[in-house]
Write a protein that binds this ligand. Structure first.
Ligand code: PGA
Length: 244
């Protein structure tokens, strides 16, 4: 299975989102075997889900709280994401880890909450440049995946996103992606041994239509989590077609 997910981050208003979806849907015919998702800001979830879910696309929240409701000003819960039309939720994006203090302990709770509400968690992991330079990449990935020993197995997508490649135009090299994805697969096999969960591993970090075909040729790269290039429907449709 291939997966291509647009992470809009804190971009677009409702007019722009509607125009994007109408333009995008005119550019490709959804095909079985390739899952396409969009992760809009919360205010656009209902609009986007009404437009794209009838065509078979998935809609993801960009974050979700572990509690179902309560006094958590500024947060959004898993049942609220579900109610707004989401089928999944991005968890542990490096921008949330870096700017909003997201911890592995909190992420374990969020994954369990997502499962409780039948949302598919898309867990993001990846090393910073300092960690890579210090030779700690695989250890960081191992630690970030260790939360699966607490959550137990369940439906999951994972995105490998080296922090230094996000929004920088500096994509990881093929050998780096190959090594990281092979390692993530071996860790997933360990955590999910004895279950039949198939976990696709997406690559994220400056993915463009120029770089995506090479990335898709790397073993264990099932697709992409795309930021910048996902704000242009022409480019995003191109990425989807490359994944076919
Ligand atoms: P980018 O973002 O494609 O702009 O590097 C990817 C992401 O943050 O998921």
């Amino acid at each position: 299975m291939r997966c291509v997910v647009a992470n809009w981050k804190m971009n677009l208003n409702s007019d722009e989102a509607r125009a994007f979806c109408e333009d995008l849907l005119g550019r490709f015919t959804p095909k079985s075997g390739t899952e396409v998702g969009i992760a809009p800001p919360y205010t656009l979830l209902r609009l986007v889900s009404d437009l794209v879910r009838p065509k078979g696309l998935k809609v993801f929240g960009q974050n979700g709280h572990a509690e179902a409701k309560g006094a958590f000003t500024g947060e959004i819960s898993m049942p609220q994401l579900l109610d707004a039309g989401c089928s999944g939720v991005i968890l542990g994006h490096s921008e949330r880890r870096q700017f909003f203090g997201e911890t592995d302990a909190a992420l374990a709770k969020k994954i369990k909450a997502a499962w409780q509400w039948n949302l598919l968690p898309l867990l993001c992991i990846g090393e910073t440049l300092a960690q890579r330079d210090a030779g700690q990449t695989l250890e960081v990935l191992r630690q970030q995946l260790f939360i699966l020993s607490e959550t137990g197995p369940g439906p999951l997508w994972v995105a490998y996103e080296p922090v230094w490649a996000i929004g920088t135009g500096r994509r990881a090299e093929a050998a780096q992606v190959r090594e990281a994805h092979a390692f993530i697969r071996s860790e997933l096999n360990r955590h999910l041994a004895g279950t039949d969960h198939q976990v696709p591993i997406l690559y994220g970090g400056s993915v463009t239509p120029e770089s995506f075909p090479e990335l898709l040729g790397i073993p264990e790269v099932a697709g992409g989590l795309v930021g910048g290039a996902s704000l242009d429907p022409r480019k995003f449709a191109e990425l989807v077609k490359q994944a076919y």
